[in-house]
Design a protein around this ligand. Structure first.
Ligand SMILES: Cc1cc2nc3c(=O)[nH]c(=O)nc-3n(C[C@H](O)[C@H](O)[C@H](O)COP(=O)(O)OP(=O)(O)OC[C@H]3O[C@@H](n4cnc5c(N)ncnc54)[C@H](O)[C@@H]3O)c2cc1C
Length: 413
């Protein structure tokens, strides 16, 4: 039995903590913002085997350049003089090739499918709002539908079921909501859940397993004993452990800089708005393809989320981007009108984005007893349970059940 100290109480840190506790380790989770929890509470709650394409993909740079001047656009890189941003953008550009995306796709598929299985197993014992009805990629234009149909063919080639539907077939699949679309692609294996309830479920299980949840403590530095890490300095004193897991989301790189570990990362800010009593409540979660907006029924509420704003560690709400999300809704769901969103408080979260769109997962040369699990970008909820399982295997020096070469923590060192 080891003592594992986990930095970060988001979905990644908590999922890993539960797996370590299940394996008989003593676990301490250190979290500084117990009510906010990074990007983990207000996200769109989608569990997505359909998302086997990393963010760094062909066409993304061109899309970013096209949307650069539109204050309501869903993807935006704020121009600023930052060496880290320039280096990140150069790596993103280098990673955005068909060959790299093709190499990453089977790995992402396997990770999402393993996570989906773990979510389904957990849902047999706990209710965190898991719905296994699939996801619709809604397309307003024939052109977008054509592109999504190509993606569907790619998915099928990878063994992920995907069906191209016309507008009538999509409406038959989710008769609860009126849609104004040309068609859709249906990914039947995708699911959704209530991310806040998933986090609460993990915490409840961790408490029952005797794990220590040290909330209101911020990790400020490290205490080294030669090559190994002996303890972390926190605002509530030093915490010693045998193994340390870095799961600090977008804040992770700053935390390990003093250890000489370079973890290129940018925060990808996204927003969500949750409608308490929607005029129509879909049964399935969906993505508005052209607008890049996600719509997820969560209990009796309906959450809309979107935007990827690379603008530094800035958690301020930009009303223009939120307006962009809200403006898209009636275009796809015409029964919704602007007044339905009046007075709603937007939420925002910073996604931890590596330059190649793949997580960092594994041990590092920076310290033999440090494991890193971060950089999940827009897939962190979906990949949380499998990340937790893999962290457990890494902590116990087992060979991970999935080849993690592409996720090497030191790949940009
Ligand atoms: C609008 C939006 C929609 C999204 N939708 C989805 C979706 O549908 N499906 C999906 O899979 N993903 C989605 N995501 C992405 C997902 O939310 C993230 O990938 C995920 O939350 C990352 O989890 P994490 O635990 O790595 O980081 P976080 O959730 O950011 O958690 C990191 C935690 O570490 C803590 N921390 C940081 N530094 C310190 C320190 N020094 N000391 C102590 N604690 C520290 C922070 O307070 C934070 O609580 C969405 C994101 C956004 C913004």
């Amino acid at each position: 039995m080891k003592h594992v100290a986990i930095i970060g109480g988001g979905v990644i840190g908590l999922s890993a903590a539960l797996e370590c506790a299940r394996r008989g380790h003593r676990v301490s989770v250190i979290e500084r913002a117990p009510t906010q929890r990074g990007a983990s509470l207000g996200n769109a709650g989608m569990i997505v085997p359909s998302h086997f394409t990393p963010l760094a993909a062909p066409g993304m740079i061109a899309l970013g350049a096209k949307w650069m001047w539109n204050p309501e656009s869903p993807f935006y890189i704020k121009p600023r003089w930052s060496w880290d941003l320039l280096a990140w953008a150069a790596r993103f550009w280098k990673a955005s090739t068909r060959e790299r995306v093709d190499r990453a796709a089977p790995l992402l598929r396997d990770l999402h499918l393993a996570s989906r299985e773990a979510y389904a197993r957990l849902a047999e014992e706990e209710d965190f709002g898991l719905v296994k009805r699939g996801l619709l990629m809604l397309c307003k234009t024939a052109r977008a539908l054509e592109q999504e149909a190509q993606m569907a063919a790619h998915a099928r080639a990878l063994g992920v079921p995907a069906r191209v539907l016309d507008a009538k077939e999509a409406a038959a699949l989710d008769p609860n909501v009126t849609m104004d679309i040309a068609g859709a692609v249906y990914f039947e294996q995708d699911c959704h859940c209530d991310p806040a309830r998933y986090v609460a479920t993990l915490e409840q299980r961790l408490r029952a397993a005797g794990a220590e949840l040290i909330y209101d403590a911020e990790v400020t530095g490290w205490h080294r004993d030669e090559a190994r890490l002996a303890a972390v300095h926190t605002t509530r004193g030093e915490i010693a452990a045998d193994e340390f897991l870095l799961a600090g989301g977008a804040w992770s790189p700053a935390l390990v800089a003093e250890l000489g570990l370079r973890l290129p990362m940018q925060a990808g800010k996204g927003y969500s708005v949750t409608v308490p009593q929607p005029v129509e409540q879909p049964q399935l979660c969906s993505i508005f393809t052209e607008a890049r907006v996600a719509a997820t029924p969560i209990g009796n509420t309906l959450r809309f989320g979107g935007t990827m704003e690379i603008a530094g560690m800035d958690k301020r709400i930009n009303p223009r981007r939120v307006a962009g999300i809200l403006r898209a809704i009636p275009e796809y769901f015409p029964r919704f009108r602007p007044e339905h969103f009046e007075g709603l408080q937007p939420w925002c979260g910073l996604r931890p984005c590596s330059p190649d769109g793949l997580p960092y997962l594994g041990r590092t040369r920076a310290a033999p007893n440090l494991v890193v699990a971060t950089g999940h970008a827009m897939m962190g909820l979906s990949l949380a349970p499998v990340t937790g399982q893999l962290v457990g295997q890494i902590i116990d020096h087992e060979t991970p059940r999935i080849d993690l070469k592409l996720l090497d923590v030191d790949r940009f060192a």
